[in-house]
Design a protein around this ligand. Sequence first.
Ligand code: MLT
Length: 259
Amino acid sequence: MTSLEVLFTPAEFAKLPERDLSDTWCVVFDVLRATSTMVTALGNGAAAILPVQGISEALAARRSEPTVLLAGERNGLRIGPELAEGISFDLGNSPREFVAPVVSGKRIVMTTTNGTRALFACRHAQTTLAGSFLNLAATAQSILQARPARLVIICSGTFEQTAYEDVLGAGALCDLLWDPHTRADIDDSAHLAHELFLEARGDLTRALNRSRNARRLLSQPDLRDDVAFCLHRDVHSLVACLEKDGWIRRQQRDAATKV
Ligand code: MLT
C-alpha cells in the first residue's frame, strides 16, 4: 500500500467522484447503521443489496424487479407511504430486522441518509467494500491479501457532519492494517482515527454512547438495542463488496486466520 487516508465528513467523500480511484480501494463505514445492516443482511443470506441514493430510485428498482425488498430510513425510521408514493418499505435500517427468515435469498434495494450516499461516491474505485465492526477482521484480511496501491476509508457521517462511531470503525480498521515498518504515506487523518480508536478501545460502548447517533437511537425504545448490536466484532466472516453492476454481494474469506 502506498497511501492510507481517512475521510471524516460527507463534504470530503462528495469530492471522490472527481478523483482518479482506479488504483484505490475504498472502505465505507456507517457503523450506526447502514453498513452494519448490509453486512448483517448478507450474513443472514441476502443475495445482494443495491444501495441507491433516493426513494424514487428505490421505487423505480421495485417497478423493474417486483420481488426485491425495499429497505431504508429517513430520520432513522422506516420509510412509510407518506414519503414513498403510498408504498410502505418492507424494512427499515435496523440490522435486527434483517433476520434470515426475512432476507435469505432476497435482493434488497436500500436507501439511507448517509451510508448509501457514501457508497455511491465510491462507485469508480477499483474496489469498494462496506465495512463495520461486524465484519472487521474479514475486511482487513481482504485488504492485506490484495495489497491495493491506495486505501481510502470513508466515514459516512450524519447529515453533513462527522459521526464519532464511523471514525472509531475507521480507526479499528487502521489498527488491523497498521504496520510500523510500512513505507506507505499515512495521512494525518489515518493517524487521528487510529489514535482515537486506541484511546477508546478499552470501553468502546462508553465511547460510542457519547456519539450523537447512539444517543438518538438509545432514546428510542425500538431502536436502542441497535447500538450494542452494531458494536459486536467479527460476527460475520464476510467481505461486502460493491460490484460493478452497483449491487453489494458477499465474498467469503476466512476471518479466523490471524490478521
Ligand atoms: C445513514 O445511512 O445515514 C444511517 O445509517 C442512518 C440511520 O441508521 O439512522
